[in-house]
Ligand binder design. Structure first.
Ligand code: AMP
Length: 186
């Protein structure tokens, strides 16, 4: 059997990234590695990590790259992620993308594809506002979008230059978007 894919799902807050990641991971039989979910779990547990990141998360700001590198290195080192994984929420900036490359190459792995979910700006705020999470007040949503544009969007070029980018239209029914993603990753 062919090895399972190692994927990154990229997209602005409200693009449906989390929903699509969950479905896709199940279909492909790989773990859904969501750094946002992991950090929210840490906040709920009240662990040292959770106490460190909760303020930043509630402000819509990014957690520092060193902390995130530890979280992701540990997670991708677990046995269930050896064969393949779907990363959701990481990398968020160029430094994290380089760290990810280093983490993977240290164990002779590399990414197979980076799926970019494209959703027009007007739709994003409306979608996220309907979600009702504690880090989802309108002000925080706008900050999260601003951070995405400034820090994360440059990764589109970064991965395009490496031949890994698979842009997908993220507008429409969940199943239709899922079909487009499956087609895009072949
Ligand atoms: P998400 O659910 O992916 O939107 O993440 C929710 C929040 O967790 C973000 O707004 C950040 O505060 C934090 N976070 C998640 N992933 C990362 C990351 N890769 N780098 C920095 N902060 C992150």
């Amino acid at each position: 059997m062919a090895t399972k894919p190692k994927l990154v799902l990229l997209g602005p807050p409200g693009s449906g990234k989390g929903t699509q990641a969950e479905i896709l991971a199940r279909e492909l039989g790989v773990p859904h590695v969501s750094t946002g979910d992991m950090l929210r779990g840490a906040v709920e547990e009240g662990s040292a990590l959770g106490r460190k990141v909760s303020g930043l998360m509630n402000a819509g700001a990014l957690v520092d790259d060193g902390t995130m590198a530890e979280v992701v290195r540990e997670r991708l080192g677990r046995s269930d992620a050896r064969g393949g994984f779907l990363l959701d929420g990481y990398p968020r900036n160029r430094a994290q993308a380089e760290t990810l490359e280093a983490i993977l190459s240290a164990s002779d792995r590399d990414l197979d594809a980076v799926v970019l979910l494209e959703v027009p700006e007007e739709e994003l705020v409306a979608r996220v506002a309907g979600r009702g999470r504690s880090d989802d007040s309108e002000e925080v949503i706008r900050e999260r979008l601003r951070v995405y544009r400034e820090k994360t969007e440059p990764l589109v070029d970064y991965y395009d230059q490496r031949g890994l980018l698979r842009p997908v239209d993220g507008v429409g029914a969940i199943d239709d978007v899922n079909d487009r993603i499956l087609e895009a990753i072949g």
